[in-house]
Design a protein around this ligand. Structure first.
Ligand code: ZN
Length: 496
């Protein structure tokens, strides 16, 4: 083995160990930790994060990466080592141009901002949050400026952090197609009238939901020998390595769908992480390649498979038997119509498949305006509301149901939202192609999800971050991301 790489490996292993410990503490905070723990635990987290940062970013690591990037040394590395060096060099490039004290100010600001945002949301008081948001935006612009190459747009730099190779050029085109196709389709669907899904608000005991949820996670392939399902306020997935991937859900006793679909969604994320090869796990390339690709896997399971009649046909009786009273008069067809109901609302996380991308489009357009210096922070709520009126046909009655709904911007995460919409589009493209390769509907009717799972594992999951989204799409489908599959999927589904 290359001697420089050998040395780099000690840093990689140590930062992976610290990263795993940090994740475990974060997981615990969100699930089991008692209320009073947070104050002391956050001190521990602070020290560990510092250690983690300095293990991954220091002069020695930079020097080793510099050497290992030389052609002569590259020749002696295998494909996996090359990918690791490339990935680490790219990450360090991002951080090292930012002066340490500015980075720390930003860290402090964003950790404080979460509480300011939460309070502003609760009180529907944008004005109290505005100065903090404004400062976060100002710093993000400055940081992007440090990283910008000649003529490069600031927003493109942020977008690239979440999905390599996707800039405003690709995304303008992408959202342009969504706007053309989805806005008129939504208007038609709204005219069509109501689907009755009042059954969903009946009583569904938490323990019974948990029992069915466990069955469901296992049904789609979540391996309980390598994973855990727990409860938290908001559902999420957290991986420590490919043999320990944890998902959460939240049980609402008057909303059956909420936990069902969050479990399928998070299981989709988890299958990705469980599928990363043993060679790559616990290295810098040992997890999902991008936000967009990750979201494509969760959405593929949640929507393409999980909202289809073929998926529910074999397990419908099981669901009915779990809730014999609340579902006694509900038919499978009614349930399928219910879980696919399209209805515009104000809240992104509660939206259906058809309107989801419109929620993202609003955020994308606003972020683009912010980083093109076309809007002031004080005017954001007004523009937000105008865009909701234009695309979804409704104006939020207050900022809590409008601009204050998402946490992302308070953490400085600009450029993140588009990856949700890209994920939907990637999922639709994969679904189209896989349908030609294997009889998905028939497999679902036979409760056989193994060949679907194997296909995703072989072509996507096992590669970790060693390939980009577009590289994998090219290999699997013969073309880079193409929004048309998503548009066709939505038009066929909701055009009916
Ligand atoms: Zn997700």
């Amino acid at each position: 083995m290359n001697a420089y790489y050998e040395e780099l490996k000690t840093y990689i292993e140590k930062s992976a160990a610290l990263g795993t410990a940090l994740s475990m503490l974060h997981w615990d905070n969100e699930t089991l930790a008692p209320e009073e723990a947070i104050k002391n635990t956050s001190g521990v987290l602070g020290i560990l994060s510092g250690e983690y940062y300095h293990t991954a970013v220091n002069d020695k690591v930079m020097e080793l990466l510099e050497k290992l990037s030389q052609p002569k040394e590259q020749e002696t590395l295998d494909w996996k080592e090359k990918a690791i060096v490339k990935n680490m060099a790219k990450d360090i490039e991002k951080i090292k141009v930012i002066p340490a004290e500015e980075y720390m100010e930003f860290e402090a600001l964003t950790s404080e901002a979460a509480a300011i945002w939460a309070k502003a949301k609760q009180n529907d008081d944008y004005a109290s949050y505005m100065p903090t948001l404004d400062r976060i935006i100002e710093i993000q612009k400055k940081f992007a400026g440090y990283r910008a190459k000649e003529g490069q747009k600031l927003y493109d730099i942020l977008l690239d952090d979440y999905e390599e190779g996707f800039t405003t050029k690709e995304l303008d085109e992408f959202f342009g197609r969504i706007r053309e196709a989805v806005v008129p389709l939504l208007a038609k669907v709204r005219e069509k009238g109501e689907v009755d899904k009042s059954y969903n608000e009946r009583f569904f005991a938490s323990d019974k939901q948990a029992e069915f949820g466990k069955f469901l996670a296992e049904y789609v392939g979540f391996d309980f020998k390598r994973g855990v399902l727990a409860e938290s306020e908001h559902p999420f997935t957290m991986e420590f390595h490919n043999h320990d991937v944890r998902i959460t859900t939240h049980y609402y006793e008057n909303n059956l769908e909420s936990s069902i679909f969050s479990i399928i969604h998070e299981a989709g994320h988890a299958l990705y992480e469980m599928g990363v090869s043993d060679e790559l796990t616990l290295t810098p390339v040992g997890s999902g390649t991008s936000m967009g690709m990750h979201e494509s896997q969760s959405r593929f399971y949640e929507n393409m498979l999980g909202r289809s009649k073929a998926f529910w046909t074999p397990i419908w009786d099981k669901l009915k038997d779990t809730f014999p009273e609340s579902l006694c008069d509900v038919s499978l067809d009614q349930f399928i119509a219910g879980i696919n109901k399209a209805e515009p609302g104000f809240i992104r996380t509660e939206s259906d498949e058809l309107t989801y991308s419109l929620h993202i489009m609003v955020r994308y357009e606003i972020e683009r305006m912010i980083f093109n210096n076309e809007i002031e922070t004080k005017d954001l709520p007004k523009v937000w509301n105008e865009k909701y009126q234009e695309y979804l046909g409704m104006t939020p009655p207050n900022d809590r149901l409008g601009i204050l709904q998402d946490l992302h911007w308070s953490g400085g995460s600009f450029g993140y939202f588009p990856s949700y919409a890209l994920g939907n589009a990637v999922a639709a493209q994969l679904y189209h192609y896989m349908n030609q390769k294997m009889p998905i509907e028939k497999l679902l009717l036979e409760s056989d999800l193994s060949s679907i799972r194997e296909f995703l594992k072989e072509n996507i999951h096992k590669w970790g971050k060693t390939k980009t989204t577009n590289e994998m799409l090219m290999e699997i489908t013969g073309e880079p991301l193409n929004a048309e599959y998503y548009i066709t999927y939505l038009t066929e589904k909701y055009g009916k």
